[in-house]
Design a protein around this ligand. Sequence first.
Ligand SMILES: Nc1ncnc2c1ncn2[C@@H]1O[C@H](COP(=O)(O)OP(=O)(O)OC[C@H]2O[C@@H]([n+]3cccc(C(=O)O)c3)[C@H](O)[C@@H]2O)[C@@H](O)[C@H]1O
Ligand SMILES: Nc1ncnc2c1ncn2[C@@H]1O[C@H](COP(=O)(O)OP(=O)(O)OP(=O)(O)O)[C@@H](O)[C@H]1O
Ligand SMILES: NC(=O)CC[C@H](N)C(=O)O
Length: 642
Amino acid sequence: MPKIAIAAGVLNQVPLDWKGNHARIISLIQEAQQKQAGILCLPELCLTGYGCEDQFLNAHTSEKAWEYLLQLLPHTQHILVWVGLPIFFEDKLYNVAACLANEKLIALIPKQHLANDGVHYETRWFNPWPAHKRSFISTSLGDIPIGDYRIHADGISIGIEICQDAWEGENRPAHSLAQRGVSVICSPTASHFAFAKSKTRQRLAIEGSNIIQGAYVFANVLGNESGRTIFDGDAYLVHQGQILAESKRFSFKDSQLIIASVDISSETSTGEDLLQADVDWPKPSEYPNFEGATWEHSGNIKEEEFARAVSLGLWDYVRKSHSFGWVISLSGGADSSAIATLCYLAVKLAYKELGWEGVQAKMAYIPWITDIASEKDFMAKILTTAYQGTENSSDQTRASAKALAESIGTTHYDWNIDVLVKEYRGIIEKAIGRTLSWEQDDITLQNVQARLRSPSVWMLANINNALLLATSNRSEASVGYATMDGDTSGSISPIAGIDKTFIRQWLIWMEKEGLDGAWHLSGLSHVNTLEPSAELRPLTSKQVDEEDLMPYPILNAIERWAFFDKLSPAACLQNLIQEYGSHFTEEQLTVFCSRFFRLWARNQWKRERYAPGFHVDDYSLDPKSWLRFPILSAGLEKDIKP
Ligand SMILES: Nc1ncnc2c1ncn2[C@@H]1O[C@H](COP(=O)(O)OP(=O)(O)OC[C@H]2O[C@@H]([n+]3cccc(C(=O)O)c3)[C@H](O)[C@@H]2O)[C@@H](O)[C@H]1O
Ligand SMILES: Nc1ncnc2c1ncn2[C@@H]1O[C@H](COP(=O)(O)OP(=O)(O)OP(=O)(O)O)[C@@H](O)[C@H]1O
Ligand SMILES: NC(=O)CC[C@H](N)C(=O)O
């Protein structure tokens, strides 16, 4: 029974970063070789990056990937490695895992089932490979097998499932591979983060190993690879249903390798689908336990996942865009405070995991980085916040912004924009020949304030070469409750994928408990006492979001029924009456429902114009990645009453 060390490597790659991706792959292969690994599985499409979008359709991309694949061969002595890349075959593009073993290219095995739902759009670029189809592709190395093959090396048969393949239930390749006598399956993966989804991936890996009664080697992408999607970077080594090793998710490092040794039953396998690889498995060493992080067992897993996924998303975004930091227009309310907290966590977690030298290395493109003496100085340089009061702002929000900025240690400004509002109002009043009033011009007078907060924070962003972060959440995006080119200004919308109710709950958790029950932020105590308000109308009107709109839990419920469960407007109303009928009259609920659908349809154009947001939940409203809706339509509110 051969004893072999199996390894999985997660990678934080950058689309089209040929040299960087290549170097990170080599470094993982070397680490695996040093640890005597026999087999190494790397994530799906790791040579190009998973998120190359339409650049996959450009032949140049697969040509370059091929060039870099060949350069990997000399680095694969005494090890079998799976590396993902796009390959054109008979004028069609395939999403392929290349098997490299002992300096030879053994096979190219294409994905059979493409991911095409939600954030995935693979059928736009790739073709599914039919099960059992096998052929040869003519290459600079001669004819190379391409298709549904198995690999046999030193007494072990190995097969693969590429990401979505494993999600296909009875149709997953593992079943056919089990019949064909495979005892190890490698699973190169690019499975995006969504709350609790890693549990499903873990289950698929366990089931896969049970199906073949052997070992399953699973490796996912890590980090914010290409802008919108964040990957957990989870890896699992499973043998006969038992997890032997797992990675720590949401690492701030470039890569992570897990390794374990397993006893695999040896076979002398034959078959026309079997390719021989000439590797003698190195003798495994003793390996430490690779266990998931302690927070994985927390009772607040959703809060933990949100904090870690989005802060890693922000960190990767800032460094991959070569920006020097973030700027936030900080109102002291929930949304902007949540984003400031997430930036704070990004810095704290990066420091904790990489140390100051590691942070400096990642940020080496910033000219001032070498002048920084402490984490405190770094926080103040990288994160700038500004409170921009008007006569309609309250003392409470101003104090809340100040307290949070101090507790984080941002560079914080506080100024008043009334003079600008007055000036603009004067210009327009003169031009149209009448004075504006709250009775007649409510929206205009609200929006001018929101819009006049935009130029100054853009100025700070330009001065600092920083990213301006837009603060809209998903609940506001549903109903267009934000001023276009005002508070929607920014280059990323980090919380556009999550609802307001969760943001508020998360802020309370961040104040009282925080990550791992330890990283809490006392500066959030003010914001957690405030009721959400735009503070755009005169203070005497006591404007609060939920009176302009409806209670947030109701808004969130309609949104989910309508766009996740895909229920009709009438069915949404029926659900509302059932769930909230004891608190609101049917008439009130009908008004809320009608308002929701009217505002939803009217504001599709706004959702089209939001800055890119991060995908975190099991659905999102992002028209570019998840949910399309006509920009012009007759609306849906008329369909509420059957
Ligand atoms: N289908 C369509 N395609 C393209 N454009 C369309 C359009 N329909 C309207 N428009 C345009 O949209 C304009 C209206 O949009 P816009 O100017 O953004 O303004 P609007 O959506 O009318 O009002 C903004 C709302 O957001 C609220 N707000 C603002 C700021 C902060 C917060 C907060 O959450 O605290 C809330 C504010 O209370 C108000 O209810 C129209 O003047 C028209 O030009
Ligand atoms: N006084 C202010 N100073 C700085 N920025 C502000 C101010 N008022 C509003 N903004 C900006 O406009 C955004 C939209 O306001 P909004 O009320 O939706 O969010 P919030 O104030 O962060 O949270 P909440 O809705 O819970 O009050 C804010 O997040 C902030 O970026
Ligand atoms: N890259 C893939 O094939 C991803 C597919 C899988 N259904 C997921 O969402 O994670």
